[in-house]
Design a protein around this ligand. Structure first.
Ligand code: 2IP
Ligand code: CA
Ligand code: CA
Length: 426
């Protein structure tokens, strides 16, 4: 299990490197953006983007993980299909080849012969990632039969924010409502027999450590929206943004969590670095209400009802919202619609499970009497091994019934009671 964890963490780091590199080169980036075919479209976005970065990241993870664990390849599924069409109309199957040169040649075809870009990407794909050993270590007695393991990958969650490329200063609760911070690489492992999430690795390629560390020195007027072109000059004056001067690139972080039977473990120090209290000290309004994070697509009657009881914080990115619950920046994430998929929730769900929280099926939760909720905690979790019934295409893997992500059951119960009072019907 430790080896699997290390492999997934390394793969996520490589994925984050590719995501950052593609974002950094603006000319390259515009080359890479291709509109999704109708059948694959996420209904919520009028225009959705399938980028080469997306596909490449997914194939890279698949390649690296199956190299280490032969046979696992078939069980790795992701959001993207690896068919890519270049501007000449040629359809090309993007995959990681045996050598860097072969990958480079393949990518050059996708990139209409742009050799420089292809070489740069191929280097990243074939780079050896020597991450330090992941701590704390999983006990060597924890073993999984490889045939009971499935993996969901969302190579880039929050694509529209990724494509937009803005870096936005987080609000008073430490959550950025939009921008590059909400971009996540999500790699979630689940049990094929039970459907339960087991191990989740979430890499945030644009995570601003410095921002949080020097928070106390920020005055509210220094908020600013910047794009990658202006970033370098901007950070000179704003040293707390996610930029590493020595490496001349964005900084990120990787978090993970493991939950199997009674064993739970996670990357404690990165998760529990308690930003909320610093933030509370820094702003004038104390945190007397719980924080709930939601999508900006929720209907306004619900939003106003929630605002009576909660601090409502909008944020982009399904993965990012679950992660913010895991990190304690929000108590809850409520989604009333079927706009997330298995690959969006599997990884951060495992992290929440490792902390005693979870992600429940909203419709099921609301159909039960409140007092039977805690007895049914296991049955109410989202599961990852079976498709939705009566739908086809990408919707088979949609979390159709909506969801509630929570870290502690008290917050969960309070929200469910509230939703029953306002008579929410998802
Ligand atoms: C999207 C992305 C969106 C989210 C949607 C996901 O995935 O995370 O931001 O919507 O549910 O499916 P919202 O931001 O309103 O929560 P992707 O970017 O991979 O298409
Ligand atoms: Ca997604
Ligand atoms: Ca995606």
């Amino acid at each position: 299990a430790q080896e699997l964890l290390q492999t997934l963490v390394n793969a996520s780091e490589k994925a984050a490197n590719i995501a950052r590199a593609c974002r950094g080169e603006s000319t390259l980036f515009s080359l890479l953006v291709e509109e999704k075919k109708d059948g694959e479209k996420n209904k919520r976005f009028f225009q959705d983007f399938k980028t080469l970065a997306d596909v490449l990241v997914q194939e890279c993870v698949r390649h690296d993980v199956s190299k280490r664990f032969p046979g696992i390849e078939e069980s790795i599924r992701g959001e993207e299909s690896n068919q890519f069409t270049n501007t000449l109309g040629e359809s090309i199957c993007v995959k990681v080849m045996a050598t860097g040169t072969e990958t480079e040649n393949l990518l050059a075809k996708v990139l209409d012969g742009n050799k420089n870009a292809a070489a740069l990407l191929a280097d990243l794909v074939h780079e050896d990632i020597n991450n330090s050993v992941v701590e704390p270590r999983l006990d060597s007695s924890i073993q999984f039969p490889l045939n009971d393991i499935g993996i969901w990958i969302d190579p880039i969650d929050s694509t529209s924010e990724y494509v937009n490329g803005q870096w936005e200063k987080p609000g008073v609760f430490g959550i950025a409502s939009s921008g590059l911070q909400s971009v996540c690489v999500l790699i979630g492992m689940y049990s094929v027999s039970s459907g339960a999430p087991l191990l989740g690795v979430v890499n945030q390629p644009f995570y601003a450590w410095d921002y949080y560390l020097t928070l106390s020195s920020i005055s509210p007027t220094t908020a600013g929206r910047i794009d990658s072109v202006h970033l370098t000059s901007f950070v000179v004056n704003q040293p707390f943004y996610a930029w590493d001067y020595s490496l001349n690139r964005w900084t990120g972080r990787c978090i993970w969590g493991f939950c199997h039977q009674k064993t739970t473990l996670n990357v404690d120090e990165k998760l529990c670095h308690n930003i909320s209290s610093e933030l509370a000290a820094n702003c004038n309004t104390p945190l007397d209400k719980s924080v709930i994070t939601i999508s900006s697509s929720e209907a306004s009657p619900l939003v106003s009802a929630l605002k009576d009881k909660y601090e409502v914080v909008f944020a982009a990115g399904a993965g990012y919202k679950v992660v913010n619950v895991a990190c304690g920046l929000a108590n809850l994430y409520l989604l009333t619609k079927g706009s997330t998929f298995r690959w969006d929730t599997c990884a951060p769900h495992a992290i929440l499970r490792s902390m005693g929280g979870g992600v429940m099926n909203l419709k099921k939760v609301l159909s039960l009497p409140l007092d039977s909720l805690l007895d049914n905690q296991e049955n109410l979790q989202l599961i990852y091994n079976s498709p939705e019934e009566g739908v086809s295409g990408v919707d088979r893997w949609c979390n159709m019934d909506g969801l509630i992500a929570y870290r502690d059951t008290a917050s969960l119960l309070e929200l469910v009671q509230f939703l029953k009072e306002v008579n929410l019907k998802p």
